[in-house]
Design a binder for this molecule. Structure first.
Ligand code: NAP
Length: 253
């Protein structure tokens, strides 16, 4: 059974891998045997992920890139293949939430949010799919959100992009699954990261979010390990186009 989850010999490209959920997913993939390449704008957090993975006996490299710069993404995809070869697994975990009331959203902030969370996953996947197709195997794991299906205050561009990523996931599955490339999304519940630090800083709000789950607590980053390796491995060969909510039952209530 363990062979189904074994990622030895695979290469994973994880955007947003310098922090939070992306870092944890990169670490999980590395622990399952994959060589991982992490991407983000800040070099120092990426280097921390790389040294952490290497110290645990894994193999990792970093690509510093602004994924909101959409015309650069073919070049970013080429860089992702430089150290360990063409990625078999793409995890689109980069994200931002500027938490602006609708009245304060600007054209620039709208476009930045949608570019990083919706456009970059498409253009990166499209650039990496040909090599996956040549091998007849690939995995795309997008990151959705509670806000893919629930509206929350001051998050209109974020929620729109997170709604879109679920449909993009289905469209990717429709286009590429026949070539052995599955596309799925993980929708995390409420997890403590840089992105959610302002919300976790408000203990009452954090407790309210925990109370809205079926399990009765907010997420811990390790809760993502199993779902990540499942969707990145042969264990999920016949699963495609799906969004897996790893949310403690928040959306079940
Ligand atoms: P995080 O620690 O802030 O991670 C976001 C990552 O995205 C950072 O590593 C950041 O790196 C990278 N990023 C942002 N803009 C970028 C850009 N223009 N180019 C390249 N990289 C960029 O927060 P997180 O919570 O782990 O978020 C990871 C994903 O999970 C996001 O898609 C988020 O929407 C999603 N999510 C989080 C939660 C939660 O409760 N935390 C819930 C649902 C979904 P740089 O700043 O160095 O670029």
């Amino acid at each position: 059974m363990s062979a189904l989850f074994d990622l030895t010999g695979r290469v994973a490209f994880v955007t947003g891998g310098g922090s939070g959920i992306g870092r944890r997913m990169a670490e999980a993939l590395a622990a399952a045997g994959a060589a991982v390449v992490v991407a983000g704008r800040r070099t120092v957090p990426l280097a921390e992920t790389v040294s952490g993975v290497n110290a645990s006996g894994g193999r990792a490299a970093a690509v510093t890139a602004d994924l909101g710069d959409l015309p650069s993404l073919d070049a970013v995809a080429a860089l992702a293949a430089e150290t360990f070869g063409a990625p078999d697994i793409l995890v689109n975990a980069a994200g931002i939430n500027l938490r602006q009331p609708a009245e304060e959203v600007t054209l620039e902030s709208w476009e930045q949010t949608v570019a990083v969370q919706l456009s970059a996953p498409f253009f990166l996947a499209r650039a990496l799919v040909p090599a996956m197709r040549d091998r007849g195997w690939g995995r795309i794991v997008n990151i959705a959100s509670l806000q893919s299906v629930r509206a929350m205050p001051n998050s209109m561009p974020y929620g729109a992009a997170k709604g879109g990523i679920c449909q993009l996931t289905r469209a990717m599955a429709e286009a590429w699954s026949r070539h052995g490339i599955t596309a799925n999304a993980i929708a995390p519940g409420f997890f403590p990261t840089e992105l959610t630090a302002p919300v976790f800083a408000d203990a009452a709000r954090a407790a309210e979010m925990a109370a809205r789950t079926a399990i009765g607590r907010n997420g811990r980053l390790e809760d993502l390990d199993g779902p990540t390796v499942f969707l990145a491995s042969r264990a999920s060969d016949y699963v495609t186009g799906q969004t897996l909510f790893v949310d403690g039952g928040f959306t079940a209530k």
